[in-house]
Design a protein around this ligand. Structure first.
Ligand SMILES: [Zn+2]
Length: 274
């Protein structure tokens, strides 16, 4: 599933190509990929709008279309947002096509269909429940270790589960939760509220490091993730624990353990992580 670094890579790549373009036509091949508003209203409303900005919040792609309106794209498990020539072949599982005024198309493709498209003002989308309320951005300079400490304090849930909660911090999923906890030398099954300030400072730094390194490496293509040009990322080559259950820990050599936490496969080192 694309997480913060993968979504950030797509957003940064698309921004210079999309800002200033106008959406001249919209085709929905699988209308239920639009969760708000009704698909017909979505098509009518989006046609003719000019793209003013391209941003990200957590794992959500936010395309600003003027008058406070946003086109929101969540990639779900297997979503891909690609910018292509209108003449290029339409890949299987392409659910939405936006024609731009420069002859290119922004296409949304999603074999597993867990992703979604939304259109509306932020308030409208929050009110409709289609856009959840998100916690702070872990790589935002104003998000400090003290804020993370406050958010973890008194929580009895396992650390891993708390990091995956998008209302606590936005953008972290299974890959970067495991990577950050390993870097911070913290067990994923520890109660989040049991961490000292010192441990939280380590976790805060590790979270940033894992996410920023992954952004520099254009994300992890551990499954179906592709960037806006259809290319794979590079971070999967450098992951410390994710996907490495049973393989030796790079630090101590002990085989990495695997448990299920918050319904997700979780890999960690029983010797290095406490
Ligand atoms: Zn180890």
């Amino acid at each position: 599933m694309p997480e913060l670094p993968e979504v950030e890579t797509i957003v940064a790549d698309l921004r210079p190509h999309l800002v200033g373009r106008t959406i001249v036509r919209c085709e929905l091949r699988f209308p239920s990929i639009v969760r708000h508003p009704e698909p017909e209203v979505f098509i009518d409303s989006i046609t003719g709008l000019r793209i003013e900005a391209v941003g990200r919040r957590g794992k959500f792609i936010l395309i600003a279309l003027g008058a406070g309106r946003l086109l929101v794209v969540h990639l779900g498990m297997s979503g891909q947002l690609r910018l292509v020539d209108a003449a290029s072949e339409i890949a299987k599982h392409t659910h939405a096509i936006l024609d731009l005024d420069d002859g290119r198309q922004l296409r949304y493709r999603d074999p597993r269909r867990f992703g979604r498209l939304l259109l509306g003002t932020e308030d409208e989308l929050l009110l409709s429940g289609t856009l959840p309320k998100l916690g702070p951005e872990p790589i935002d300079p104003t998000f400090d270790a003290e804020e993370l400490f406050k958010r973890l304090r008194r929580r009895r849930a396992p650390l891993k589960a708390v990091l995956l909660d998008q209302a606590i911090v936005a953008g972290v999923g299974n890959i970067y939760a495991d990577e950050s906890l390993h870097r911070a030398r913290l067990r994923p099954d520890r109660a989040a509220g049991s961490l000292s300030r010192k441990s939280v400072r380590r976790l805060h730094a590790s979270l940033r490091d894992s996410l920023e390194v992954a952004i520099r490496n254009r994300g992890s293509s551990v499954d179906t993730y592709r960037d806006a040009w259809g290319e794979v990322g590079n971070q999967q080559e450098s992951l410390l624990v994710y996907g490495r259950a049973g393989e030796p820990c790079f630090t101590c050599g002990r085989p990495l353990a695997v448990v299920r936490l918050a319904g997700r496969t979780t890999v960690f080192c029983t010797r290095c992580q406490r």
